[in-house]
Design a protein around this ligand. Structure first.
Ligand SMILES: NC(=O)c1ccc[n+]([C@@H]2O[C@H](COP(=O)([O-])OP(=O)(O)OC[C@H]3O[C@@H](n4cnc5c(N)ncnc54)[C@H](O)[C@@H]3O)[C@@H](O)[C@H]2O)c1
Length: 376
């Protein structure tokens, strides 16, 4: 039987545009997928010359500068949205209304109503949706989930997640510092990943919380020119919240752009009645696991070189112990999405997961505005 071909259009050609392009290019090489991937058209905001250069480098056949034309094409089945947050809603809904499956980067949208509208559009148009919570695709976070599912952690007491980066206080203004473009700062950019990871690993949902948001650097130069004007930063540099999960666990989260020395310190620790797990992206191939059922004398964290065994999304292509890198998580994500589309089943994480995370982001904003505990 000849394999179906999934024809892809990508919106975005910078950070995530590169990650997605690499993933579409390699997923079918790494895996024997049930469908072929055809990289039909790249769309982004740039000169045709630059787009052509990018397209040739990664293997996109055509280029487009108008995303509305891209999503309306008859010869595309899947749209990848790798643009700033304020564009996600219109792009994803238009793609779904044209019958395209959609992979949209995180956070799903800049506000809860938009995220819900996107999930509704995907359901109404019967298309498969994917939200880009890429850290679910590391073997170590998948192993953490498996240990929880198998009861090795027991009753969960605490979730402690910190996503810390080290940004330049003097760096120029970019869309990420503007609320109308990004929705929020460290909160949506980094915190959304932590919230999703906590849901993925524990299976629990955050039900109430109290939060604080703070902006340390309130103005940034609007360009790299030495005499550039200063513009207002309208998002948080740091977001912190404590919370309660529906399974009774307590949570303690921080997302910050101002943690000197922390380059991409996306970490999560879960403590339960029978054990604990700890994962840090900066050492992403390892999971720390403490088995509390062992004798006190030998009890402590063991550092497990996590391999692909039991990866809920199919694992990587290498033999055990050979590890994965940042770009690989996107290859795994795309491979899982292609399998889902070819087999006509939902992809996880979907827009529904994006909405569930967005509810928490929304509650954080409300909690900080009202300076009190709120329900999610
Ligand atoms: N999964 C992850 O770990 C991860 C990491 C980084 C960013 N992201 C998310 O990915 C999304 C994009 O972030 P990024 O870092 O790639 O941003 P970026 O600034 O590097 O790239 C944005 C892209 O959007 C394109 N674009 C902007 N306006 C457009 C328009 N009107 N039409 C077509 N294209 C347009 C730009 O040309 C550019 O290619 C954001 O939602 C961000 O939160 C996810």
């Amino acid at each position: 039987m000849t394999k179906k071909t999934i024809r892809v259009g990508l919106i975005g050609h910078q950070f995530m545009g590169v990650a997605h392009s690499n993933a579409y290019r390699n997923a079918g090489i790494w895996y024997d997928l049930p469908a072929n991937i055809e990289m039909v058209c790249l769309c982004a905001k740039d000169t045709e010359e630059n787009l052509r250069k990018f397209a040739d480098k990664f293997g996109w056949k055509e280029i487009e500068t108008d995303w509305r034309k891209l999503v309306a094409r008859d010869d595309i089945d899947l749209i990848s949205v790798a643009s700033p947050g304020f564009l996600h809603r219109d792009m994803a809904i238009a793609a779904a209304e044209h019958g395209k499956h959609v992979l949209c980067e995180k956070p799903l949208a800049n506000d809860l109503a938009s995220a819900e509208a996107m999930w509704e559009a995907a359901k109404k148009n019967n298309v498969i949706s994917a939200c880009g919570f890429s850290y679910r695709f590391t073997p170590a976070t998948a192993l953490a989930k498996r240990l929880v599912d198998e009861g090795r952690i027991g009753e969960i007491y605490h979730v402690h997640a910190r996503y810390a980066q080290d940004w330049d206080e003097k760096g120029p203004m970019v869309w990420r510092f503007k609320k109308e473009l990004a929705g929020s700062g460290a909160l949506g950019d980094l915190g959304s990943h932590s919230i999703d990871l906590s849901r993925f690993i524990t299976g629990g949902e955050i039900v109430s919380l109290v939060a604080q948001l703070k902006t340390f650097v309130k103005k940034r130069p609007v360009s790299n020119e030495p005499d550039a004007e200063m513009g207002d930063v309208t998002v948080d540099d740091v977001a912190q919240f404590i919370c309660e999960f529906d399974n009774g666990a307590t949570g303690n989260f921080e997302a910050t752009r101002f943690a000197g020395g922390r380059k991409n310190h996306n970490c999560i620790e879960i403590n339960g009645s029978k054990g604990s797990v700890y994962w840090d992206f900066e050492d992403q191939n390892y999971l720390l696991f403490c088995d509390k059922t062992e004798s006190k004398e030998t009890q402590g964290f063991v550092k497990i070189n996590a391999t692909d065994d039991g990866h809920p999304y199919g694992g990587g292509p290498w033999p055990q112990g050979h590890g994965i890198g940042y770009a690989d998580t996107f290859v795994l994500e795309v491979a899982n999405l292609v399998r889902a589309i070819a087999e006509g089943r939902p992809h996880v994480p979907s827009f529904e997961d994006g909405v569930k995370v967005q509810r928490v982001l929304d509650a954080i904003d409300r909690s900080f505005a009202e300076r009190k505990w709120v329900n999610v």
